[in-house]
Design a binder for this molecule. Structure first.
Ligand code: SF4
Length: 458
């Protein structure tokens, strides 16, 4: 016999427990174990007035944001609708079945006020990271660093020529923030090169075609991760340019040392971090092994000898060429002595013209010059160390571990749907990256530490 549902939806009284309706294995149950917001409430307290109507509980807003970034719901309007309808979201946010969900405008008011003034989202990220450290998920020996371009909320249809500068009358929060970071090495001071185009709606973004596809306006999300379990140890927003990314890498390493006493033995990165200056900072200032390919333009592709064909003799401070001759720093004697280091931080080692003229290897060495010249960076010692490390077995392992950061960026874009920013300005990018990194660490905690199996009642 065909059944028929006979349910009275208008029933007056229900006996309903949210707790019973959220599955034991729901991701939010697992995450809830690691969300501790008591300390944050105390930090926020000075930003609230002691008089007047009670505000919306900041813990509710933070929990809603965590839900949003864990499940890729970044529109605050949609987040409010989802929390209203979804029982598990209600449970996580501490709302009853008829608990009122705040209006979406509450988020922007708090974000531009108390949350930024108290640096709340940074504190939230650090609280979750501390929990990861307490759970022994951060080894602190090997760190990997990388950056990924995230499209900015800036239309390329309204772009203006970089040489023309910002149109007169440009105003708004993003413009104010842009002016505030002009001297910051992670933004305006990262390069002296004028960008091809500027986005008047968000001028701190950078016009970039780094993916070898169509160019677009973007920020860089910089991650520093611990390679044991791919926990994000630090996160930083910068303009989308390589120099800014190395600045961010230094800031993140320094912060992990000062804030959490995490002193890595090695740092893994790609060629973008292999500049002489960065390698010198790692080796000589921080004592960290660079598992990074050296950024080296000395490789010759025309069949002539490259610099690696010349051996450096530390004792005699000279290079030995394939014909066994010495290349020294100075061949001529000037009346006014010249500095040995050029303005670009390079020392030039030159072969003797006499040696080269009579050398049978000249066509393979310097066919168009009277004598061979080899530039050597003042940081070449650090570069040599990176080259030596690149020949070890440990380096091969590091290459594999570096993929963990790339996987986090793939997760960020595909699962958390952060392939385009919703907020504008450096602070908007910073807020979004901090929330996304917090969500990724919380999901990792939930995945690595399973929920205890409930014991059956006896
Ligand atoms: S050309 Fe000069 S530098 Fe090159 S191999 Fe011969 S002697 Fe050495």
């Amino acid at each position: 016999m065909m059944g028929e549902r006979r349910v009275q939806q208008e029933a007056l009284f229900y006996e309903f427990s949210l707790e019973r309706h959220v599955p034991e294995k729901h991701l939010l149950r697992s995450i809830d174990r690691y969300v501790e917001l008591d300390g944050l409430r105390q930090e926020l307290a000075p930003f609230y007035s002691e008089m007047g109507r009670p505000s919306i509980d900041p813990e509710l807003l933070i929990r809603m944001l965590i839900v949003g970034y864990c499940f890729g719901i970044r529109s605050e309007r949609r987040l409010c609708e989802e929390v209203h309808l979804n029982l598990a979201y209600r449970w996580f946010c501490g709302l009853g079945l008829d608990g009122e969900v705040p209006d979406h405008s509450t988020f922007s008011k708090n974000r531009h006020g108390r949350f930024r003034n108290s640096d709340l989202l940074r504190r939230l990220f650090e609280t979750v990271l501390q929990r990861c450290i307490d759970e022994d998920l951060v080894g602190g020996e090997g760190f990997a660093v990388d950056a990924s371009l995230i499209q900015a909320d800036a239309s390329d249809r309204t772009r203006v020529e970089g040489t023309a500068g910002l149109p007169p009358g440009s105003a708004g929060r993003a413009v104010e923030e842009y002016l505030g970071v002009l001297d910051d090495a992670a933004f305006g001071a990262a390069t002296e090169v004028t960008p091809k185009f500027i986005a008047p709606a968000d001028p701190a973004t950078r016009w970039t075609a780094a993916h070898r596809g169509p160019a677009f306006f973007a920020y860089s999300a910089n991650y520093l991760i611990d390679t044991d379990h791919a926990i994000i140890v630090d996160v930083e927003a910068t303009t989308a340019i390589r120099q800014a990314e190395t600045t961010a890498a230094k800031r993140m390493v320094e912060r992990s040392i000062t804030r959490f006493d995490l002193y890595p033995e090695r740092l893994i990165g790609d060629t973008a971090y292999g500049t002489a200056e960065m390698l010198n900072w790692l080796v000589n200032e921080q004592g960290i092994e660079p598992h990074i390919p050296v950024f080296d333009k000395s490789q010759h592709t025309d069949g002539t000898f490259s610099r690696e064909d010349f051996a450096y003799d530390h004792k005699r401070d000279c290079y030995i060429c394939p014909a066994g001759k010495e290349l020294r720093q100075r061949q001529k004697i000037y009346r006014v002595p010249r500095p040995l280091v050029d303005e670009d931080g390079m020392m030039r080692y030159r072969a003797s013209k006499l040696d080269c003229e009579s050398c049978s290897l000249k066509p393979q060495c310097c066919p168009k010059a009277p004598a061979r010249k080899i530039p050597r960076s003042i940081h070449e010692g650090a570069r040599d160390m990176a080259r030596d490390i690149a020949k070890t077995e440990g380096y091969r392992t590091s290459r594999c571990q570096r993929k963990k950061v790339e996987m986090l960026f793939a997760h960020l874009k595909r699962i958390l749907k952060l392939d385009r920013l919703r907020l504008r300005g450096p602070n908007g990018a910073r807020d979004e990256f901090h929330l996304a990194a917090t969500a990724q660490n919380l999901r990792k905690l939930a995945m690595l530490i399973p929920m205890p199996t409930p014991t059956s009642a006896t």
